[in-house]
Design a protein around this ligand. Structure first.
Ligand code: CMP
Length: 149
């Protein structure tokens, strides 16, 4: 069982795509272990995107991520990081396959609707930026036994 971080970015919230985006993860079998609507502080955004500091898109990304509310999610499931990344699609929506969230709803790399942790170690680091341990709840759903052999 693995946990990962997803953020429905300001454009996803403003375009009223929160339900549609969460539905895709739930339909795939991932479980919501944590969820909240919040405004990201500048300090948290800078920590989150620290690896991109100095790149041309860094300032714009931090400004955009702090500009309006987002929905942060902790999703749980077997190989959750890889399953979520495949559901989200390529970073640039123009390269994202049809059927992925970015491929179906996005056109621009700077407004790509959603963030998802890229590997398990990143997921642990990023989840700690947005959730306390007490905010994340593991539980069994009745249907979980139908999602695996
Ligand atoms: P995200 O998955 O949140 O990770 C970094 C973000 O920076 C990315 O999605 C985009 O929203 C944004 N970004 C803007 N321009 C670029 C770029 N040229 N390359 C990578 N990320 C970019």
């Amino acid at each position: 069982m693995e946990r990962t971080l997803v953020i429905v970015k300001p454009d996803g919230v403003q375009r009223a795509l929160v339900g549609e985006i969460i539905k895709r993860f739930e339909s795939r079998g991932l479980r919501i272990a944590g969820m909240k609507l919040m405004r990201i502080s500048r300090e948290t955004a800078e920590q989150h995107y620290a690896e991109h500091k100095g790149k041309g898109f860094y300032d714009g990304t931090v400004a955009y991520m702090t500009s309006a509310p987002v929905v942060v999610l902790c999703l749980e499931g077997p190989d959750a990081v890889a399953a979520v990344r495949a559901t989200v699609g390529a970073t640039n929506p123009l390269n994202a396959a049809a059927g992925t969230i970015r491929g179906d709803f996005g056109l621009n790399i700077s407004r790509n609707l959603i963030h998802a942790a890229d590997k398990p170690e990143t997921a642990v680091r990023e989840l700690a930026l947005y959730f306390s341990e007490a905010d994340m709840i593991s539980y069994e759903r009745a249907a979980d036994k139908w999602l695996k052999e």
